[in-house]
Design a protein around this ligand. Structure first.
Ligand code: NAD
Ligand code: ZN
Length: 361
């Protein structure tokens, strides 16, 4: 069986295209459902020009979200309840749409809220594959950081009580993305690098994986080349445009293949120590010469060129039980291992080997 992919329906790209957001949303507002919910990273709250530019109407709801911790199911449930309450007070059923403005974490929160407004229970009930039954309300992505590919993917990655796992479904996919390279210009340098490395690692894991096919290769090779331009060559006026397209293509590449060892291990680090995705992938990747020799060598050149010092010793204070939990979380992700190491991956990546790798970080 081949996967019949749903993709983002509409894309607007270009410097300043954020100014068109109001017009784009106008088409979604109806007399019964006029209200839009803006889910915005609270980093833009104080004195940031973006705050002034939000095309808010009187009836709209503005939710400032905090992403110091990556999205948790509990937080999604709380935010969804807030929207529901506001809708009930207005005697309305649902909002016209949910707009996520921020990095991967904020886009994922927006996806999850749009799904949970129409599906009963807790978001933790839907962590897995194709468990969502009812279509979400209209949802749009406005990235302010590029690299995760969250703007194109069919998942929203959430940490629940038992696991870190996405809500993977066709309904998760955004209806619209607004790709304005000007919005990523002011991201902190290190954060830009780590989120960019998420994209670079998506490409390496996809292009060296056993699931590779011409579809994934086409997107992955272009994305990889763009990452090389952005992180190994001198900055140009359109570096942010390139990074934004690299993220999109990197996301498309893994859509039809899979990620690999760095992602599986990074999930373990995130679950136990709360290490964020981009930086976690980078920390792990530096120990994976054995699996990705070329990619790791090039990654180190990028680190050097960008003047980034990777954190070291992140697991030094971890107990044996914590390392065991990391191993369990990582090993749960069968498709990632199979993509990276083939059908016999369990013979290659034993618990002992994985424990040893974690201990070195
Ligand atoms: P992020 O959204 O977690 O943000 C990182 C930091 O950068 C935050 O402090 C945020 O406030 C800040 N920030 C964002 N944009 C900024 C800007 N323009 N200026 C200044 N500060 C800004 O970072 P990320 O790396 O984009 O996303 C990581 C998240 O994405 C993780 O939660 C991960 O699980 C998720 N993810 C999702 C997918 C998917 O397909 N859904 C794929 C990969 C990762
Ligand atoms: Zn990733």
């Amino acid at each position: 069986m081949f996967r019949n992919f749903k993709t983002v329906k509409r894309i607007v790209f270009g410097r300043g295209c954020f100014n068109q957001l109001d017009d784009i949303l106008a088409a979604q507002r109806t007399a019964e459902c006029p209200d839009m919910v803006f889910v915005v990273d609270d980093v833009f709250k104080k004195g940031k020009p973006l705050q002034e530019r939000l095309p808010l109407h009187d009836e709209d709801l503005l939710l400032w979200v905090n992403v110091d911790d990556e999205p948790k199911t509990k937080y999604v449930d709380q935010l969804t309840a807030e929207v529901r309450k506001a809708m009930t007070e207005r005697r309305r059923h649902l909002p016209a749409g949910v707009i996520g403005i921020g990095g991967g974490s904020t886009m994922d929160l927006a996806k999850a809220i749009s799904l949970m407004l129409t599906n009963p229970g807790s978001s933790a009930d839907y962590q897995g594959w194709d468990l969502i039954q009812v279509p979400a309300v209209y949802h749009a992505a406005v990235p302010t950081l590029s690299g995760t590919g969250a703007e194109v993917s069919r998942t929203t990655v959430l940490t629940g009580p038992e696991k870190k796992l996405g809500i993977n479904s066709d309904h998760t996919v955004f209806d619209q993305m607004v790709l304005d390279p000007e919005l990523i210009a002011d991201a902190p340098r290190e954060q830009r690098f780590y989120t960019g490395m998420d994209c670079y690692i998506h490409c390496v894991e996809s292009l060296t994986g056993t699931y590779l096919n011409a579809f994934s290769q086409a997107y992955g090779e272009k994305s990889l080349a763009l990452c090389q331009e952005v992180f190994l060559q001198a900055d140009t006026p359109d570096s942010d445009d390139k990074l934004m397209m690299a993220s999109y293509f990197g996301g498309m590449s893994i859509a039809y293949s899979q990620v690999g060892v760095a992602h599986a291990m990074s999930y373990g680090l995130a679950f136990v120590l709360g290490v964020h995705h981009g930086i976690g992938n980078s920390i792990v990747f530096d120990y994976l010469d054995e699996f990705y020799p070329q990619g790791v060598a090039e990654f180190r050149r990028m680190l050097e060129r960008q003047g980034i010092d990777l954190p070291r010793g992140v697991t030094a204070a971890s107990s044996d039980a914590q390392i065991d939990t990391m191993v369990n979380v990582a090993l749960m992700l069968h498709p990632l291992w199979e993509n990276a190491l083939g059908k016999d991956w369990q013979q290659i990546m034993t618990r002992e080997k994985l424990r040893d790798l974690y201990r070195r970080m």
